[in-house]
Design a binder for this molecule. Structure first.
Ligand SMILES: Cc1cc2nc3c(=O)[nH]c(=O)nc-3n(C[C@H](O)[C@H](O)[C@H](O)COP(=O)(O)OP(=O)(O)OC[C@H]3O[C@@H](n4cnc5c(N)ncnc54)[C@H](O)[C@@H]3O)c2cc1C
Length: 376
């Protein structure tokens, strides 16, 4: 039987699931030094980094459960190096710093964050076709070498191998990070802000008013709150994913664009870009196209069953890059939004940038490219 929903929650322990529903903060007249609005991977990483940096009392609020937005449905791949063929240099640098931060979190968070290091193999990128230079990190594979790594391909293909990329179960990472937070209130939505000059004096929520020292909005798309003068263009792009039933086919990591090997002899596939599809429902025709794609590349996957199928929406700005900035015109508020298809990868580095900015009062250099005002 196929479950319509992501596999990530089913992989969690009871304690991890309970953490996603943490509601242990008293919001009555709360005065945290830092209020983080939004409990996706970005908000949780930011709250954890602020707490770790000793920025005083930190309160995280989330309207649903932690990871309820794009985070809970993401593929969870942490693959900066293949993006050097598609993304501009400053963005790839951010992504590389993102993976480094994930490694640090894996080492520093009690029990780790569930980081799995694995190789990335791209099928049929013709040598030199994607980059003017030959990046050091890439090993080019001839068809024989590809066949050794991925036996049974429908046709001979060249490939590229990049070692030591990563993946996480995004909900496990959220749960592990959130377990160490001092105060979390799920089921609480920010609804409006009250300004006092150029400062946010209070954030109105569904559970009462909070008077924070600093506020960070990490709401996926930019926050739309009464009283907050903020207008950044954004939309969202739906994507479908599936996890196969157990199969005898074992992949040597992430095989793009085919699938990723995950636990329990299952494969994770998809990540479609369903432009213009605003329905929250899984579309059987899209799932069928993913399974047909698996069989077309690797015939031994023909007829493989689907154990999980789901979809979610990527938050996006017009240039497909995130905003990591102060809220324009407000002295004590920051935001991050529009992380599109790399929000899991970039969350820890985004958190580091914002934490440094809040603590030092000046923007770190890494923030320069991701301003909220670049859209005019
Ligand atoms: C199919 C698919 C595959 C993907 N694969 C990858 C991948 O492999 N690697 C990768 O790095 N990224 C991937 N992504 C992208 C990634 O999922 C997102 O970029 C990332 O999850 C964004 O995180 P976020 O915390 O900014 O937003 P979200 O996860 O959307 O979190 C925002 C949270 O804010 C809460 N919120 C909103 N408004 C309020 C309010 N007023 N008050 C309180 N709470 C509020 C929401 O409920 C939500 O939980 C994928 C996305 C999709 C859809």
């Amino acid at each position: 039987m196929t479950v319509t929903g992501s596999i990530w929650r089913d992989q969690l322990s009871t304690a991890e699931r309970a953490t996603l529903a943490r509601a242990d903060a008293d919001l009555a007249r709360a005065t945290p030094d830092v209020l983080v609005v939004g409990g996706g991977i970005a908000g949780v990483c930011i709250a954890a980094a602020c707490h770790q940096a000793g920025l005083g009392s930190v309160l995280l609020i989330e309207t649903g459960q932690l990871g309820a937005g794009a985070t809970g449905g993401a593929t969870g791949l942490l693959v900066p190096e293949p993006h050097q063929w598609s993304d501009p240099e400053p963005f790839v640098d951010l992504e590389r710093a993102g993976l480094e931060r994930w490694r640090e979190l894996e080492a520093s968070v009690p029990g780790g964050v569930g980081l799995v290091e694995l190789d990335w193999i791209g099928l049929a990128p013709h040598e030199g076709g994607y980059a003017a230079h030959q990046p050091r990190e890439v090993e080019w594979l001839n068809p024989g070498q590809v066949e050794e790594l991925v036996p049974g391909l429908a046709r001979p293909m060249e490939g590229a191998l990049i070692r030591r990329q990563g993946r996480v179960n995004p909900l496990r990472a959220v749960a592990r990070l959130a377990a160490g937070l001092p105060a979390v209130a799920t089921g609480v939505a920010a609804t409006h802000v009250e300004l006092d000059g150029d400062r946010i004096a209070a954030v109105g929520t569904s559970a009462g008013e909070v008077s924070p020292g600093a506020v960070v909005f990490a709401t996926g798309r930019p926050p739309v709150l009464d009283g907050l003068p903020l207008h950044i263009p954004s939309d969202r792009v739906k994507g479908h994913l599936l996890v196969t039933e157990k199969t005898d086919v074992t992949l040597p990591g992430i095989v793009a664009p085919l699938a990723t090997q995950i636990e329990n002899s299952q494969l994770l596939a998809g990540g479609t870009f369903d432009l213009g599809d605003e329905s929250p429902s899984v579309r059987p025709d899209v799932i069928d196209s993913i399974t047909a794609g698996l069989a077309a590349v690797l015939p031994s996957l023909a007829g493989v069953g689907v154990a999980y199928q789901w979809c979610c929406f990527r938050p996006r700005h017009p240039d497909r890059r995130p905003v990591i900035d102060k809220v324009p015109g407000i002295a004590n508020a920051w935001l991050t939004s529009g992380h599109f298809r790399t929000g899991i990868l970039n969350a820890p580095v985004t958190a580091a940038v914002l934490t440094q900015w809040i603590s030092a009062g000046n923007p770190p250099v890494e923030a320069g490219s991701w301003s909220a005002t670049r859209f005019g």
